[in-house]
Design a protein around this ligand. Structure first.
Ligand code: HEC
Ligand code: HEC
Ligand code: HEC
Ligand code: HEC
Ligand code: HEC
Length: 225
């Protein structure tokens, strides 16, 4: 017994040490990257607080009902969905929206639009324009290849494979749906997000599972460079 007690003590201490190291690692990972501990709801403050709710939500929910593809123009044609240049925003916001809104002031300045403080004249100087550096919310590692167009094409023609369908939509019995109704599968209901966050893990297991179910490619080279 006299020999055992210190041994047990030592075992307890070692276990405690290992647990602390693991916990410290977890805590550190959580600080740097909330993904694995808090679910997948990673999000960032953007340089301009762009509300999808105001633009993309249906008119019945107080939005403008803009189609996702109006801004994410290449999503059905190319690998990347495309985030619009500030000129597209300015096509409306030169005139639309308050000249007092901090976010819209930033937006207008980024497209070279300024209001003269004295006479309230609007000055446009494209040389003063600068792109907005939106932060990426969804990003796969560099060794992975993802192609939006192939997925949009498949899902618009196979609505039963669409996931996270928002309550407002009824896809029952539909043979085809517009591109903007398939995004929820991987991105959730962005139209109702004040700030975009990641809803799905988008890890290899999820990709491969869906490929198995729907006849997508499962060889390594399809997704890896
Ligand atoms: C089709 C026209 C249109 C386009 C294009 C557009 N918006 Fe808007 N946006 C609006 C309208 C309308 C509102 C609501 C304005 C209001 O409530 O005063 C709005 C509201 C906003 C607001 C909230 C302003 C506030 O302080 O309340 C921001 C920020 C914004 N838009 C940014 C953008 C950005 C960034 C883009 C480009 C990616 C963009 N908008 C493209 C029409 C547009
Ligand atoms: C008025 C233009 C506009 C419309 C309409 C719009 N978006 Fe966006 N979207 C943006 C801008 C600007 C960003 C970058 C800023 C941000 O993340 O909020 C963005 C970001 C995103 C992102 C995150 C991209 C990343 O960094 O990973 C997703 C996903 C997305 N949009 C999906 C949608 C979907 C789905 C719809 C339709 C329901 C939609 N968007 C409609 C302008 C728009
Ligand atoms: C099958 C899953 C899937 C579907 C469906 C999907 N996306 Fe994506 N999306 C992704 C993944 C994965 C990424 C990250 C890609 C990367 O890092 O290379 C992404 C990135 C994005 C981005 C940011 C980067 C870029 O490509 O410009 C935007 C914006 C976006 N998606 C919008 C949309 C819109 C709008 C739709 C619907 C029309 C849509 N996505 C449908 C999986 C999907
Ligand atoms: C909702 C189900 C679904 C999910 C989730 C999904 N895929 Fe796919 N993917 C498909 C289907 C179906 C095809 C085949 C489309 C076709 O050939 O018409 C495909 C095709 C592809 C292709 C081949 C595109 C081409 O034309 O070369 C790549 C690459 C790919 N997917 C990567 C991914 C990656 C990476 C992920 C995870 C981030 C993913 N997919 C998630 C269903 C899915
Ligand atoms: C349908 C798309 C798809 C296919 C097919 C696929 N992968 Fe992946 N793979 C991914 C994605 C997405 C990631 C990045 C996300 C993650 O780490 O899960 C990834 C990550 C990886 C990683 C890195 C894991 C890590 O921890 O960083 C390895 C290694 C890998 N894949 C090997 C393979 C091998 C080997 C095959 C063939 C048997 C294969 N993959 C087939 C999509 C795919």
């Amino acid at each position: 017994m006299k020999v055992l007690i210190p041994l047990v003590g030592l075992g307890g201490l070692t276990t405690l040490a290992i647990i602390s190291i693991l916990l410290a690692g977890l805590f550190n990972a959580w600080l740097g990257q909330p993904l694995p501990v808090l679910g997948f709801e990673q999000t960032f403050d953007q340089p301009i607080n762009f509300p999808h709710t105001k633009h993309a939500a249906p008119v019945s929910e107080g939005g403008l009902g803009m189609d996702c593809t109006y801004c994410h123009r290449t999503v059905a044609k190319a690998s990347s969905a495309h985030v619009p240049a500030v000129e597209l925003c300015a096509s409306c916001h030169r005139a639309v929206g308050s000249y007092e809104s901090e976010d819209l002031i930033k937006l207008r300045e980024a497209s070279g639009i300024f209001e003269n403080a004295e006479d309230k004249q609007v000055i446009v100087d494209s040389e003063m324009a600068s792109p907005i550096n939106w932060r990426r919310v969804h990003r796969l590692p560099d060794h992975v290849r993802f192609v939006h167009s192939a997925h949009i094409d498949y899902l618009t023609n196979h609505p039963s494979a669409i996931g996270n369908v928002p309550d407002r939509l009824d896809l029952e019995g539909k043979e085809t749906v517009p591109a903007s109704q398939v995004c929820s599968t991987c991105h959730g209901d962005v139209a109702s997000m004040e700030k975009v966050y990641q809803v799905e893990p988008l890890k290899m297991g999820q990709c491969v599972n869906c490929h198995r179910k729907n006849g997508g490619p499962t060889d390594c080279a399809a997704c890896h460079h």
